[in-house]
Design a protein around this ligand. Sequence first.
Ligand code: BT5
Length: 324
Amino acid sequence: NITVTHKLATRLLEAGDQPVSGQQLAEEFGVSRTAIWKHMKELEEMGYEIESVRKKGYRIQKSPDSLEAFLVQSGLKTKRLGSRIEYLEQCASTQIVAHQLAQEGALDGTVVIADLQTEGRGRLMRKWDSAKGQGIWMSIILRPDVPPHKAPQFTLVAAVAIVRAIQSITGLEASIKWPNDILFGNKKATGILTELQSDADGIQALIIGIGVNVNQEREDFDAAVKEIATSLRLESGQAVNRRKLVQEILRYLEIYTEMYIELGFGPLKELWEGHSATIGKAVRARMTRETLEGIAEGITEDGVLQLRTADGKLHGIYSADIEL
Ligand code: BT5
């Protein structure tokens, strides 16, 4: 049965390099050693490489790059985020699924992850290219007790969390383009989409959508984004373990959202500025009604971009597409 196999995988993943003996596993799981051996064969069929160390036991050498819930949860170092994970092989958009779950009462910290999105979306209903098995396509439901106008700040908080997580797993230094892009040079590796369910009482749920290009090669991108997109693999020259990156993103996101809720945006503003690709630069800000050019001087305590135009005027920008 699949659940014992999953639990075995979790047990061995948590043991890391340390082999666990068949005898011990048999005792822990209340089954025979032959049964344990059969489960190991099942794991191998699922794509695990298992080493059996003489006289010492079993150890996982390689696990499949799968984002199934039990795998993401094993070794996850969070209290709230990911306490419930809905993994889908395929869906239209994890945002749609998460909105639905939030409406049905899903708790703070619920995460929806898909291996493939057929209608992944960006802001203003733009398309988000979500190749199968090669990225992290996930939506996180938060239920913070903050007023609705603070929702956009969560995009900035998430950006800091993702940049830190990418650095911790790959050593790569990405930069943030206000408000929601994570870049290497001028190519986009990650987009963030924060959406809101609110009523007269305030925020009911925040749905933070995160799309990270992880293991795409150049030809894996849609023609529409081939020239403007990059992946962690393209940047580092190596395949990156998506499961570990998801775990690290959730860990940092939990730390930083808690910091934000307790202390406000102040301490995060500094972290954000430290990773910013926008501040101090000449930029063009395209908004629905107008386009402004000027120097991006900074962001306010509320995360609003401050743009100084040639006439010396300082403009507060709440939402725009920025060209560097
Ligand atoms: C974003 O919008 O960058 C937000 C993307 C959020 C995606 C996640 S995936 C999980 C969750 N479920 C969803 O359905 N969405 C979220 P925006 O700033 O509007 O940028 C969209 C633009 O980025 C597009 O118009 C393309 O130019 C470009 N783009 C599309 N796919 C891309 C990709 N995979 N990599 C880099 N750029 C891409």
